[in-house]
Structures are given as structure tokens and as C-alpha cells.
Design a protein. Structure first.
Length: 560
């Protein structure tokens, strides 16, 4: 029976893992030094080696012949784990076993000692698919681990894992594999299989894999199935991946370079008639223009067509302009119900005459003379201001201080809402203090669970006040506070994370740190003033002086 390439060439040792050197080295040293924890979490994009690393790790920690953390792959334990038949290494798919009962069964069975191996290993794939109850059951097991039991959790969606689980495991992040590493691995497999190939075809498959080795091997498998002579050609790779052919892109870009919109539209129509996806066309065009830039900058030329060589005549600034145009149109084509129209408009814009230099006739003839005259007048005015009498200068200075120049309007928060939150905190200080402490303790986990722009936006923020329904975040940057409040999905983004990490999910109110100090000072002064006024009224109503309150009933006021 034929075995798929991604199964046949699955990594069996840490040294065979591609593109994950840091993870492989760390796990190998943990085994060599005997520092094996009770729980691990492998996260990263699909096809980057998470499950393979889990099996290699299970083999290495149980292999009696392991050397420097590498399994021998020849003993009974290694071979049984590879085949999936060792009863002490259990692999579970959480997508189909995501209930509480399945996890409770794991918890009960994990209390038994391993029968053959040194460690009993549970590999739970796609662990983010577990239900809330199942996560709670798993949490109990991770809190009180049984000796010689190791849990290896794998997921492609780290943000769905509760913070309580994240704090009890060792986390390893698998990165997308570089195109160069995928290309070298594919060529190594093709050479080992004795299959001929074109370099451009392997490059295209490596790019289309988008960082996943399993996807790359699956595409290669399809290409081999389509090939009649067991040769991976560029034409077959383009057909399998749905990419635009090199010659079609050469002709299209040549028409753009020579400013022939009619010819460019005809080339575009030919591409569409061949059944190619419009969004894929924009993607391939961006890669083509990017390659032109890299080659002009001295990079390696992976295109060997005459059309590509001729298109290197583009100016560098013109290529930047084309890339900007294609990127803007890409978003429109991706979301529009009529993407072909946007592709045609993009083609017309790309084929227009373009000049990086500003045309001379577009500027006034005496522009330089006018600018020079204005500079002289400004210098004269500055000199006259310096020669004014001190009295006039001081009077103008005072007038200037009373009338502040209007600068850029800064972001201001709704102070009424902030004051209401502070007032509630004064009325119930113990509850407010407990909520704030819970929020501050969990805030580090909240930021770590975010990705990319969200994480950068909240860096430098800190909870400063909270009640059951609202929380105030103080930002070092007023710009970050403003951008946070502009987020439409702000409270939805924090809801699940805060609920898991802090136990409640208040609505977020962002404020700059300087404005927070100002609002808090105003509120404190106003509160103190009200307290003093209340004390004065109370003292005014008393008839007896302080210390003689017991005579209050026997005194009365008599008007003279």
C-alpha cells in the first residue's frame, strides 16, 4: 500500500526536525539531564512538527538506549511508539474526545504506573477543542500530577487555552518553517526517491506551503500523482497550486512596463479564462514584483525567463509604486463580490504613465524666488520683535500666556464615568480593592495571551481602579489609550481572557496616566471638601460643646 510522503518522511529524531532547532535542542537536553516536567504545551501553525516532536519526546524519555537525548529507534519501545501500539503512550484527538467523561477517564487511568515504559505519556492533540468542563477536569490532574506521568498538549490556537492551564505547563512555540528550509528538505526527499525535478517547481511548492512542512509534502505528493514521467515540472506545480504561469506573468508585467493597457487587459482575460483565481493572481503578481526588487538589489534570481530579465528595466521607485497599487487592490478583490472589475481597474492604473519626478510645469516659475523673499521677510520680523522695548515685550508676553496656542487636540476620557467608578469604590472600598488586586495579578497573563498589534497596544498599561462592571486602565501613552477605546471588539477581546484569569470580566475604560492622576486628584479634593462641609454642618447643629454632649437635652437657645 502506498504511504504518503508526509508519513513516510516524518521526523523520528530531534535531529531530523526541520526549522525548529530551538525546540528540538531544549527537549533533547531536558531528556539528557533528566529534567522532565509533568506537562508541556506545543503551540504553532499546522504542519510545523508539533505531534512529531511529541512522539520523539515520548520515545527519548522512555528509550533505554538514548544517547544525549536522542532515541535509538531500534528498541521495542521506540518501534512501538512509532507504530502507535505502546499502551503507555496514549495519543488522543481532543476534537472528537472533548467531553468531561473522556478527561475524567484519563485522570483515573493516569494514577496507574506505566507497565513497560519509564513514563506514561498522554499526547492530547488540538487541546483547544476541549469543553470548559473538560478543561477543569484536566486542570485538577495538572495541579496534582502523578509521578512518572507526562502530559503533552498540542494546539494551533493558543489564545483558546485558559490561563489556568497555561500557568501549569512548559510552553514551546513552533514557528512557521522558512521557505529555504522547506525547499532543501523537499529536494533531499526527491533525491532520495530518485525523482527528477525543476528548481522553479520546488520553489513554488515551498512558497505555497506557507510555512507548513506537511502541506509542502502533500502538494509534492499531488504533483507526483499528476506527473506521467515521475518528474516535478514547473507547469505541474502551477497546475496543482493554482498559481499563475511564469510566461503569463511575464507578458502581463511587460504590458504594464510598456504602458499598453489594452494588451495588459487581454493578458488578464487570458489568465481568467484559464480558470485561475483572481485573488491568487494578485498574490502571484506581488511575489513577482517583489522578486524584481530583490534581484535589482543583488539578490538571487530564481526566474530564468527572458520576460523576467527584460522587466528588470523597471525603476526601483516605480516597483514600489506598483506594489502599493496591487496591495490596495488586493483587499478590494478579496472582499468584493465582483473581484474581476477591481482587477481590471487595477490593471488600468498599473499601465498608466508614471513619473517619480514632479513635472516642472506643475510648479510656478518663480517658486524659488518667492520662497527666498518669504524667508527674508520672516528674518526681518524676527529682528523687529527682538528690538521691541522690554515693557511692550513683557505686556505681549503676559497676553501670550493668557491665550494659549491651540495645539493638537489630545484624547480625553469621559470623566463622568471615571468619577462614577471612583464614587462606587469609595462607597464599597473592600470590594473595589479585591477586584483591583485580582485584575492587577492577572494583567500579566492577559497581555501575554494576546498577539501582535493587540499585545503592542496594551504594553505599558496597568489597571488602576475597578468595580464589578468596569475597570480603568492607565496608559503611559495617550495615543495607545485612544486607540484602545477605538477598538470595536475591545470588550469582546478581553471578555474570555479576564473571565478565566481574574474571575470576572469588566468593561474596559482607557485613560492616559497623566489624565488619571489629574482626575483622581480632583475627585480626592472634592471628596475631602464635601467631608469638611458635612462635619461643619454637624458641628453647627450641636448645642453643647464637644465633650459635653450629655447636657444636650437640658440646653435651649433663648433669643435676647
Amino acid at each position: 500500500m502506498y504511504q504518503a510522503l508526509y508519513r513516510k518522511y516524518r521526523s523520528q529524531t530531534f535531529g531530523e526536525m526541520v526549522g525548529q532547532e530551538v525546540v528540538a535542542t531544549t527537549l533533547k537536553q531536558a531528556v539528557a539531564q533528566g529534567k522532565i516536567s509533568h506537562a508541556y504545551l506545543f503551540s504553532g501553525p499546522r504542519g510545523t512538527g508539533k505531534t512529531s516532536a511529541a512522539k520523539i519526546f515520548a520515545k527519548s524519555m522512555n528509550c533505554p538506549n538514548q544517547v544525549d537525548g536522542e532515541p535509538c529507534n531500534e528498541c521495542y519501545i521506540c518501534q512501538a511508539i512509532t507504530e502507535g501500539s505502546l499502551e503507555d503512550v496514549i495519543e488522543i484527538d481532543a476534537a472528537s474526545n472533548n467531553g468531561v467523561d473522556e478527561i475524567r477517564d484519563i485522570r483515573d487511568k493516569s494514577t496507574y504506573a506505566p507497565s513497560i515504559a519509564t513514563y506514561k505519556v498522554y499526547i492530547i492533540d488540538e487541546v483547544h477543542m476541549l469543553s470548559t468542563g473538560a478543561f477543569n477536569a484536566l486542570l485538577k490532574t495538572l495541579e496534582e500530577p502523578t509521578a512518572n506521568v507526562v502530559f503533552i498538549l498540542a494546539t494551533t490556537e493558543l489564545h483558546k487555552i485558559p490561563a489556568t492551564i497555561l500557568s501549569r505547563v512548559q510552553r514551546f512555540e513552533f514557528k512557521s518553517i522558512k521557505v529555504a528550509d522547506i525547499r532543501e528538505h523537499l529536494m533531499r526527499i526527491l533525491d532520495q526517491e530518485g525523482i527528477r525535478y525543476e528548481q522553479a517547481a520546488v520553489d513554488m511548492i515551498a512558497r505555497r506551503a506557507e510555512g507548513g512542512m506537511r502541506d509542502a509534502l502533500s502538494i509534492l505528493d499531488q504533483a507526483l500523482s499528476l506527473s506521467a514521467d515521475q518528474k516535478v515540472s514547473l507547469a505541474i506545480a502551477e497546475e496543482i497550486t493554482g498559481s499563475i504561469s511564469q510566461l503569463a506573468l511575464d507578458a502581463y508585467v511587460t504590458a504594464v512596463r510598456t504602458h499598453e493597457p489594452t494588451q495588459a487587459l487581454e493578458n488578464l482575460e487570458t489568465i481568467f479564462e484559464s480558470g485561475k483565481n483572481i485573488v491568487r493572481f494578485a498574490t502571484d503578481l506581488l511575489y513577482y514584483l517583489r522578486d524584481l526588487l530583490l534581484v535589482k538589489a543583488g539578490g538571487e534570481n530564481t526566474h530564468f525567463s527572458d520576460g523576467f530579465t527584460e522587466n528588470l528595466a523597471f525603476e526601483q521607485d516605480h516597483l514600489y509604486h506598483l506594489i502599493d497599487e496591487v496591495t490596495a487592490s488586493y483587499q478590494e478583490m478579496k472582499t468584493s463580490p465582483l473581484p474581476k472589475i477591481y482587477a481590471e481597474m487595477m490593471t488600468l492604473r498599473l499601465a498608466e504613465e508614471w513619473n517619480a519626478q514632479v513635472k516642472e510645469e506643475a510648479l510656478p516659475a518663480n517658486l524659488l524666488a518667492t520662497i527666498s523673499q518669504l524667508q527674508e521677510e520672516v528674518a526681518q520680523l524676527q529682528e523687529q520683535l527682538r528690538q521691541l522695548p522690554n515693557k511692550q515685550t513683557s505686556s505681549q508676553g503676559s497676553a501670550t500666556t493668557t491665550k494659549r496656542p491651540q495645539g493638537k487636540k489630545r484624547y480625553t476620557v469621559d470623566r463622568n464615568r471615571v468619577n462614577r467608578i471612583l464614587q462606587e469604590a469609595v462607597e464599597n472600598p473592600q470590594l473595589a480593592r479585591e477586584n483591583l488586586i485580582r485584575l492587577q495579578n492577572a494583567w500579566g497573563e492577559v497581555i501575554e495571551s494576546l498577539d501582535g498589534a493587540d499585545k503592542a497596544l496594551l504594553t505599558g498599561s496597568q489597571p488602576v481602579a475597578a468595580n464589578e462592571n468596569h475597570a480603568i486602565l492607565a496608559f503611559e501613552s495617550a495615543f495607545n489609550a485612544e486607540q484602545t477605546m477605538k477598538r470595536d471588539n475591545l470588550n469582546a477581546m478581553f471578555g474570555n481572557i479576564l473571565s478565566s484569569a481574574a474571575g470576572f470580566s469588566p468593561q474596559i475604560l482607557a485613560i492616559s496616566h497623566d489624565e488619571w492622576l489629574e482626575v483622581r486628584a480632583e475627585f480626592s479634593n472634592r471628596t475631602k471638601g464635601e467631608a469638611v462641609d458635612a462635619a461643619g454642618e454637624e458641628q453647627k447643629d450641636r448645642l453643647a460643646p464637644e465633650g459635653f454632649e450629655f447636657l444636650e437635652d437640658q440646653l435651649k437657645i433663648v433669643e435676647d
